[in-house]
Design a protein around this ligand. Structure first.
Ligand code: HEC
Ligand code: HEC
Length: 305
């Protein structure tokens, strides 16, 4: 045996003394009887605690196999005595949530908005749900906070096409505007291609100046407005809630009240579409949203006051 070979461990180097169990003088444990290059191995017992935990987990697993779904068998599986499924758990969870939701949502079945608005406890539960309903269904067009954007009216200000009364808002949501619903509200800004281009330009300048209050009755465009526009937008241009024509006298706009946009509106007309929600939301949900939208606007008013 060379010194070189003796460095790597090979069976030749191992000093087996099987059967001879010595007691380690330091720890008092038995040794296994193996010697590896003079190093002896203690025969330390496996900790009892670990054994007990192993036993318990094994017992638990057997109980779990019996009670719960466990083993795959072909295309199916062992269902367990309890017959639990994740699908079933989820459904019963939803049913429980829906039950608590219905417990307060059913209060909104009747559109008694004055009473609903006065019930602060009810609103504390309902308004967070209204925010979610709005975000899920309305925010795509009207924006997260209902402040709208080009083509989509701001619902959070005090200016209305139809009405800011919860009852009327509920009607708007139910049937829509220019929607496919049979009872839809109808609002159309006709194209004024019948007017000459120069008249349209005069009107555009007039309309652009309206919010600043810089128009006068002596303005020749004033007569043009009275003849062509006042029937819908009103003599004082403050709009008409009965036909959905917006006020042109304030700073709230749907499409825009700059000269270029007004010229486009006059040349081509406008007919925005607000979908009907009667077949997508329950009437309680619609009433809840109506109250929410009405309060959005009144909150904004409080802020600007
Ligand atoms: C597909 C886009 C779209 C969605 C989604 C939408 N709206 Fe509208 N909404 C409009 C448009 C466009 C108008 C204005 C129609 C017009 O120009 O006459 C409008 C008008 C309204 C009005 C009338 C405002 C007024 O001044 O009288 C209310 C109220 C309203 N929407 C509420 C809602 C609510 C609540 C939801 C969610 C359930 C919703 N909208 C979802 C496009 C949408
Ligand atoms: C038949 C009724 C009707 C007449 C007449 C009418 N309008 Fe309108 N107008 C509307 C309606 C309804 C809207 C809203 C359209 C929409 O929301 O899609 C509107 C929208 C507008 C807008 C867009 C406002 C905004 O906020 O972006 C302008 C500008 C406008 N009208 C100007 C005029 C002028 C100027 C005339 C006269 C030449 C006129 N309208 C005549 C019904 C009318």
């Amino acid at each position: 045996m060379t010194t070189h070979r003796s460095r790597s461990v090979s069976p030749d180097d191992v000093d087996f003394k099987d059967g001879i169990q010595e007691v380690d003088p330091v720890t008092g444990y038995d040794t296994t009887g193996h010697r590896w290059n003079g190093i002896r191995e203690l025969n330390t017992p496996f900790p009892r605690l670990v054994l007990v935990i192993l036993m318990l987990t094994f017992i638990y697993s057997v109980i779990a196999w019996v009670l719960l779904p466990a083993w795959p068998i072909g295309k199916s599986y062992t269902h367990g005595i309890l017959g639990l499924t994740q699908e079933g758990e989820a459904i019963s969870g939803f049913v429980a949530i829906e039950k608590t939701r219905q417990s307060w949502l059913s209060r909104f079945d009747k559109p008694d908005f004055a009473a609903l608005a006065a019930d602060k406890l009810l609103l504390a539960k309902a308004m967070p749900a209204a925010v979610r309903l709005f975000e899920d269904n309305c925010a795509v067009c009207h924006g997260q906070k209902g402040t709208g954007g080009p083509g989509f009216p701001n619902l959070a200000d005090a200016y209305w096409l139809w009405s800011g009364e919860p009852k009327e808002i509920a009607q708007t949501i139910t049937v829509g505007i220019n929607s496919t619903d049979d009872d839809a509200r109808f609002a159309q800004m006709p194209a004024f291609d019948s007017l000459s281009r120069s008249d349209r330009k005069k009107l555009a300048d007039y309309v652009t100046a309206l919010p600043q209050g810089k128009t006068s009755a002596k303005d020749p465009a004033s007569a043009l407005f009275a003849d062509n526009c006042a029937p819908c937008h009103g003599d004082d241009a403050t709009g008409g809630l009965e036909n959905g024509a917006p006020s042109l006298a304030d700073h709230s706009v749907i499409y825009g009240q700059d000269r270029h946009t007004v010229l486009t509106t006059l040349a081509h007309g406008r007919q925005g579409v607000m979908p009907a929600w009667s077949n997508r939301l329950s009437s309680a949900e619609i009433n809840l949203l109506a109250l929410y939208v009405a309060q959005l606007a009144s909150k904004q008013n409080e802020r600007t006051k």
